[in-house]
Design a protein around this ligand. Structure first.
Ligand code: HEC
Length: 153
């Protein structure tokens, strides 16, 4: 007759517990610890004020007619500043937001934005959501953009 042999699978919980990194985000000269644990959020000044201004100009040209100039939204177009917007995007990356804009907006002229324009628009949306500007522009590098996380305050 047929007999079954069921190997007993054992798992060590110690394996799962081993990966905790202590990480001090102090502004010391040594950046080694920071490089090892690279998690950037929009709280750390990831766009420049000039870039947000470019984004705003574009926004007023091609987005404001639906999302309104104060970003409060209208009809089907949701608001792009404030609690509900941030609830939807919390935990996603600025790259996700830039891709969403580039591939589906402006809804009446889809495909008209290049990556740089979508990133400038993201800079403006970050500014409008009270995230601070920094010294450098948000780079239009899609790999990098995926590492910068939108995090509600
Ligand atoms: C013709 C009207 C219209 C225009 C113009 C337009 N949008 Fe939209 N937008 C919408 C509508 C409607 C939705 C919701 C449906 C959808 O997601 O497609 C939306 C959704 C969005 C979302 C997703 C919001 C969320 O939290 O999920 C973003 C971001 C966005 N638009 C940004 C932009 C930007 C930036 C521009 C300018 C480049 C723009 N839109 C231009 C109508 C428009």
């Amino acid at each position: 007759m047929i007999s079954f042999w069921n190997p007993k699978v054992t798992m060590s919980a110690a394996v799962l517990g081993g990966v905790l990194a202590a990480y001090h985000g102090e502004t010391s000269a040594s950046g080694a610890a920071q490089d090892a644990a690279k998690v950037t959020t929009v709280a750390s000044g990831v766009y420049s004020a000039d870039q947000a201004k470019r984004g705003q100009t574009k926004y007023n040209q091609v987005c404001g007619n639906c999302h309104l100039s104060d970003l409060s939204g209208s009809d089907q177009a949701p608001g792009l500043a404030g609690g509900e917007f941030l609830d939807r995007w919390d935990g996603q990356s600025v790259g996700d937001l830039a891709d969403r804009i580039r591939t589906s907006m402006p809804q009446d002229d889809i495909g008209s934005l290049n990556t740089q324009m979508s990133v400038d628009l993201v800079a403006y949306l970050l500014q409008a959501n009270n995230f601070p500007a920094g010294q450098e522009e948000l780079k239009a590098d899609r790999g990098f953009l995926k590492t910068v996380m939108i995090k509600k305050k």
